[in-house]
Design a protein around this ligand. Structure first.
Ligand code: NAI
Ligand code: 15L
Length: 302
């Protein structure tokens, strides 16, 4: 447990854009309410998950500001910029209540590309948030931060959220970096983050492995909403998935935020098992959480 109280942390953060003054002597050290963020920056808005969330999150009352290096059809106000562009990021976070950070390379790539987009890019985002007084970030981490963890076999315990990191790729390594950056910005600057180790979030699961880690788009929106609105999260790491019958990990830290998953991949099980068969424990692609990311090179389907 950290020694400093939440209020003490908040006092240390310079935010010229909010109005509640906590300390008379230092008018720019302020508290921005975190329980009901309205304007949320969605980075990676042009991507697969960004597109799904653009459809679902507005029904929770959020006004989304969109950011991606690619333009988005029908969204002339979206900010088209790279995470390397610090000035664009600073403008993008100006005045928002929270950020959902999805932008980045979402699969394995070269170290140099991962370094630019996922490591430096995430650092630039946190720096912009610090400079502009943003109080809450939801970071899209990944199961690949712990991808070399052996998958639970029948009867063995679910993987806890504090399992040691075992990245399966440079990509997974960058997600571990993002989680640690989030912890640092909480401890040092009082910026709260929920790091969501997403399993596989697609309209439907497409592999037997995904039956254990799938998160339906509806459940993803529910989890992001919980991560944006839960009180006093500090830095919290959660797994992101639906309430799958074959779940491999422990969802309790996500549930503690108020997340109540509604979906279960089991409705796709018969079809996928008939197509692909049961996972074979002798096959290295099937032995670990990260699936084929644990092979060199990683191959589809994951
Ligand atoms: P995606 O690849 O479809 O979308 C990523 C978006 O980020 C793209 O629109 C891309 O243009 C943008 N982007 C990449 N580099 C950028 C840069 N340097 N500057 C600005 N924009 C940049 O990926 P997807 O599936 O939508 O995933 C979103 C996030 O969630 C990623 O961070 C990914 O690692 C994470 N995630 C996704 C999972 C999933 O099942 N979809 C599972 C685990 C993690
Ligand atoms: C991820 O981290 C990827 O971004 C996504 O495309 C899927 O491959 C997912 O993991 C997975 O493990 O299925």
């Amino acid at each position: 447990m950290n020694a400093m109280t939440l209020k003490q942390r908040i006092r240390r953060v310079k935010s010229p854009y909010s109005s509640t003054i906590l300390t008379g002597a230092r008018p720019f050290f302020t508290l921005t309410p975190m329980t009901a963020p309205r304007t949320v920056l969605l980075t990676g808005a042009a991507g697969g998950l960004g597109t799904l969330m653009r459809e679902l999150l507005p029904s929770y009352g959020y006004r989304l500001r969109l950011f991606d290096r690619l333009p988005i059809e029908g969204e002339p106000d979206a900010i088209v910029a790279d995470l390397a562009d610090k000035e664009a990021l600073r403008k993008a976070v100006h005045g928002v209540d929270a950020v959902i950070h999805l932008a980045g390379i979402s699969l394995e790539s070269t170290f140099e590309k991962i370094l630019k987009a996922n490591i430096e890019g995430t650092y630039h985002l946190y720096e912009a948030a610090r400079e502009e007084g943003v109080r809450r970030i939801v970071f899209a981490s990944s199961n690949h931060a712990v991808g070399f963890t052996p998958r639970p076999r029948d009867g063995s315990a679910a993987i806890p959220v504090n399992t040691p990191r075992r990245p399966d790729t440079f990509y997974g390594l960058s997600k571990g970096f993002g989680e640690d950056l989030a912890a640092l910005y909480w401890d040092l600057h009082g910026i709260e983050t929920v790091s969501v180790r997403i399993g596989s979030c697609f309209p439907r699961p497409t592999s037997v492995r995904m039956l254990s880690i799938w998160m339906s788009p509806g459940d993803c929106a529910r989890l992001l909403h919980a991560a944006l609105t839960a009180e006093d999260v500090g830095h919290t790491v959660v797994y992101g998935s639906s309430a799958n019958t074959r779940l491999w990990w422990d969802l309790s830290s996500a549930r503690a935020l108020g997340y109540e998953p509604q979906d279960d991949s089991e409705e796709y099980a018969a079809e996928l098992l008939a197509e692909q068969g049961e996972l074979d424990p002798e096959n290295p692609e099937h032995a670990h959480l990260g699936g084929a990311f644990c092979t060199d090179p990683p191959v589809w389907p994951y």
